[in-house]
Write a protein that binds this ligand. Structure first.
Ligand code: HPA
Length: 275
């Protein structure tokens, strides 16, 4: 699949800078399935629908709103991408890269990637939140394949600490402020859109997976390569295939995020307030 289209990325930034002229923030959050509700308790300064941003377009998935909002909470401003595009939507890497490109060009220093995931680790429960400590890319592709583009850092980006220790500590601090306990673990990304088979889940568990999902990894690669401090948080919306006693469905994913919303909101509000 093609790497992000530089002309579309630039057009996206032109639109972004014109719309949000004079506004800025050093932090950003990308909301995965069901996470957009966390913005309900923030004040919105200005927003822009995804489909008005060249190269981005509307997420075709329930639970992904498709809006970029500059929000404020306790004097802290933050870019919130309400929803994300996925590689399985079949439009290549551009829609996935646009939010990261905007962050890089807008001088965002810290990016929090959120998602919904299937729990693989035996100790995890549905509704747990997991700090991503590392990832495993089983998407079978990489957004940096293609001619080298300087915005994404060196030709061979280092991923020894893709999810910054400082970011992981900050999430723990935000959790402590709310008496929440967070899991920590390795996020395993597949291309989707099918959920995994039980055999795949067993194999990935033996390779070190704690949770499995269909997103986040490409964004983490791009953002880290672009020099942004990346953190990741997963909501265990279901037990992974073969562990779950019933078939997997997106309805279960959105129902769990709805139930877990108070925890997710509290965590992200504290994360924002920490500055
Ligand atoms: N597998 C892959 N992606 C997911 C899952 C899952 O079990 N749950 C939420 N997103």
């Amino acid at each position: 699949m093609s790497q992000p289209d530089p002309a579309l990325l630039d057009a996206a930034f032109q639109k972004f800078s014109a719309h949000f002229s004079g506004l800025s923030a050093s932090k950003a959050i990308i909301c995965g399935s069901g996470w957009s509700g966390v913005t309900e308790q923030l004040s919105v300064i200005r927003s822009l629908p995804f489909d008005e941003i060249p190269g981005l377009g509307n997420p075709g998935v329930v639970g992904h709103h498709g809006e970029l909002a500059l929000c404020e909470f306790k004097g802290q401003q933050v870019w919130i991408f309400k929803g994300r595009r996925h590689f399985y939507e079949g439009e290549g890497w551009t829609p996935i890269a646009v939010p990261i490109y905007l962050c890089a060009r807008a001088d965002v220093k810290e990016l929090l990637l959120s998602n919904s995931a299937g729990a693989v680790n035996d100790y995890f429960e549905v509704g747990d939140l997991m700090i991503i400590t590392d990832h495993f890319n089983a998407i079978g592709d990489n957004p940096l394949v293609g001619p080298h583009q300087k915005i994404w850092g060196p030709r061979f980006p280092d991923l020894s600490e893709a999810y910054a220790l400082s970011g992981r500590k900050k999430l723990q601090q935000a959790a402590q402020a709310n008496d929440l306990s967070l899991r920590e673990g390795v996020y395993f990304a597949t291309r989707g859109p099918v959920y995994e088979t039980p055999a795949e889940v067993r194999a990935w568990k033996s390779l070190g997976a704690d949770a499995v999902g269909m997103s986040t990894v490409p964004e983490a690669i791009l953002a880290h390569a672009a020099g942004i401090t990346v953190s990741g948080i997963s909501c265990m919306t279901n037990f992974a295939a073969g562990i779950s006693p019933h078939p997997l469905s997106h309805e279960e994913v959105t129902a769990t995020t709805a139930q877990t919303m108070p925890k997710m909101q509290a965590l992200l509000k504290s994360w924002i307030a920490l500055g």
